[in-house]
Write a protein that binds this ligand. Structure first.
Ligand code: MG
Length: 379
């Protein structure tokens, strides 16, 4: 069970006509960094690092990989501490942590394969049999009639059986308010609707939007302000009845402690391919539990990131326990991405009555289509 080899892959899909934007940038490609850890027995595990694929690859290839060779896969807490401390003075947030996430998740995949157990069971056991996926979409595109396209997209998700959807905002106060109205009218009153500004606003602007869209029954308002602006988060939270969510741009137990201690959000959104991996997620869930603050895992990326987040969502505790605990909402990005939809030969997400049922595969439940990786590999 010792590590023999560490491989990194950058894969890229050109989006062309399918390019889309959110409040911060255009997506013209889907470019990802995948990590494979292979043991002396020839068993392999996969992890993914969100973020800049080239920076993440450089960190793993040059700094982390040499430290991993010869280590035992079950020494994952020890490994995490060693890797973190190696670049602690240089990178307590960002790519250094995203790269650790890929390593940690690949180790969990391996631990599952060696024990023939699903990762959620190794994390302490599934707390639920199903989770409620929400369609993440409603990005903006090059079009003269964004509103019509958003309505069309809403109908597509309704037809697919989604009971919850998250739309991108952050395109200007008046535009946002109009688009939220349009989408709410398109989906009717019974579907959950969330909005995500990707920190495009000051607290004052975010409050203006929040108060204007309260009447559209918004399940949460995600990243209203920049992640550094804890005071701004608190102002927005205090000024609206809409729950405030954030955390996808926060890292490690240290970063989340600040969010939790300040009680600046109603919903924490740790991403297992960003903030330090499943091992770190366990610690963040424990801290959130102490503060009785809801967590819902954030997910963005390939089938590996999706599977990793899913195991976290099944294993996560309830906040709090009760006879009728709240459903766990799970992010299911619906923008074009062949690495999410076509790369996993073992398992594909399907909705049953709008829910994702607990998968039974060992490890993360990921079997790579190596031809697909080879075809899209960035050399
Ligand atoms: Mg978001």
């Amino acid at each position: 069970m010792k590590i023999k080899e560490v491989k990194t892959y950058i894969v890229s899909q050109k989006l062309g006509e399918q390019s889309f934007c959110y409040s911060q940038a255009w997506y013209n490609t889907r470019t990802l960094m995948l990590l494979e850890i292979i043991t002396e027995d020839g068993v392999y595990g996969f992890g993914e690092a969100f973020g800049n694929a080239f920076v993440n690859k450089a960190i793993i290839d040059n700094v982390y990989a040499p430290k991993l060779i010869g280590q035992h896969i079950f020494d994952s807490e020890k490994i995490w501490d060693e890797l973190y401390n190696t670049l602690r003075d240089n990178g307590q947030k960002g790519s250094c942590i995203q790269a650790i996430s890929a390593v940690d998740n690949a180790l969990w995949d391996l631990k599952g394969k060696y024990t023939h157990l699903p990762v959620y069971q190794l994390l302490g056991g599934a707390r639920r049999d199903k989770i409620l996926p929400y369609a993440t979409g409603f990005y903006h595109t090059k079009t003269d009639n964004q509103e019509a396209l958003l309505v069309e997209e809403a109908h597509k998700y309704l037809t697919a059986g989604f009971k919850a959807m998250k739309m991108k905002i952050g395109f200007g106060i008046e535009n946002d308010i109009q688009m939220v109205k349009t989408v709410r009218e398109a989906i009717g009153p019974d579907i959950k609707l969330m909005v995500d500004a990707n920190h495009a606003y000051t607290a004052m602007a975010a409050i203006k939007i929040a108060q204007a869209i309260e009447k559209y029954d918004i399940t949460w308002f995600e990243e209203p302000v920049i992640p550094e602006d804890i005071g701004g988060y608190k102002e927005v939270k205090a000024a609206t009845s809409i729950p405030i969510a954030g955390g996808e741009a926060e890292f490690t137990r240290y970063g989340f402690k600040r969010f939790i201690d300040e009680r600046c959000v109603d919903i924490l959104q740790p991403d297992c391919s960003i903030m330090g991996g499943l091992s770190e997620a366990q610690k963040i869930f424990s801290m959130a539990k102490i503060a009785n603050t809801q967590c819902y895992p954030h997910v963005w990326g390939s089938a590996i990131a999706l599977q990793t987040g899913m195991h976290a969502a099944f294993a996560m505790p309830d906040f709090p326990e009760s006879l009728n605990p709240g459903e766990v909402l799970f992010e299911y990005d619906r923008t074009p991405n062949i690495f999410r939809d076509e790369m996993n030969l073992l398992y594909q997400v399907t909705l049953k009555d709008g829910y994702i049922e607990k998968p039974e595969f060992e490890g993360l439940g990921f079997e790579p289509d190596r031809d697909l990786i080879a075809k899209h590999l960035v050399k």
